[in-house]
Design a protein around this ligand. Structure first.
Ligand SMILES: [Fe+2]
Length: 258
């Protein structure tokens, strides 16, 4: 039977929506509560919806009973101070799973490549229902930071770099793509991340916001790309060697955003 997917999303695996006027909203992300949560890079997360409405960020499949990334329960203490963020997550009208604000410290291109991973959004997702994709609404103005996507982890020619100014709105099939953010700057970056179920509601929302299936890559020089790739590969090799020395077989990258 397979999953319901959105045609416009399956073409390139991502869409970039019209910009949101972020400046008109209060900076709610500064008032919510963050918990330390290991992800790609130096991060903390503030849950707005979690498996049972608790102040925690674990994947819904890691709870008892385990379940898929749908039917998130609002975390009262955080939505009380972030009603706009909740409203934006609800705007598509699609089922919401995990919903949280990420705080990411600045990093380097090569380290961002090393941080790339695929999400495990559709674990336990019943066949015949909607494929889970994730929305990224950039809250801080980071025009020189970018979402890096690769269809093939070790093939730089598949790389997509989507810049992240304030108000950037992107929806990505993060289970399909290897992805991470390269955040250039001196202050942390904040972004609202929401798991949505694909279906007619999300499809209509993408159409209403003029979802584009292609954008121009943020430019990088060939020298910088080469340097970053070498750094990435070196770190991958070092990790494999370190694990091998301990007699551990490297099982690869697991979804660090669970
Ligand atoms: Fe992710």
């Amino acid at each position: 039977m397979g999953y319901t997917k959105i045609d416009v999303m399956t073409e390139t695996g991502y869409v970039v929506l019209d910009m949101y006027d972020q400046a008109k909203d209060p900076k709610e992300w500064l008032d919510i509560e963050y918990v330390d949560w290991r992800s790609s890079g130096v991060t903390r997360f503030a849950p707005l919806a979690s498996a049972f409405g608790e102040m925690e960020c674990n994947g819904f499949w890691n709870h008892t009973p385990p379940r898929t990334d749908k039917d998130g329960v609002w975390v009262q203490a955080n939505i009380d101070v972030a009603p706009m963020l909740k409203k934006r997550a609800e705007e598509p009208g699609a089922n919401i799973g995990r919903c949280r604000v990420i705080e990411l410290q600045p990093n380097e291109y090569g380290d961002a490549l090393y941080n790339m991973h695929q999400d495990d959004n559709n674990r336990l997702n019943p066949d015949g229902t909607g494929w889970i994709v994730r929305g990224f609404f950039n809250l801080t103005d980071n025009p020189d930071s970018m979402m890096i996507l690769r269809e093939d982890r070790f093939d730089p020619s598949t790389e997509i770099r989507i810049p992240l100014p304030a108000g950037a709105q992107i929806i990505v099939d993060t289970q399909r793509f290897w992805h991470a953010v390269w955040h250039q700057g001196t202050e942390p970056r904040y972004c609202l991340i929401t798991s949505w179920e694909s279906g007619p509601e999300l499809d209509a929302y993408i159409a209403k916001n003029n979802g584009k299936t292609r954008v121009e890559n943020y430019p990088v020089t060939p020298e910088l790309a080469e340097q970053a790739e070498a750094h990435f590969r070196r770190r991958v090799d070092e990790r494999a060697a370190a694990l091998a020395a301990k007699g551990i077989v490297d099982e690869g990258v697991k979804d660090p955003e669970a």
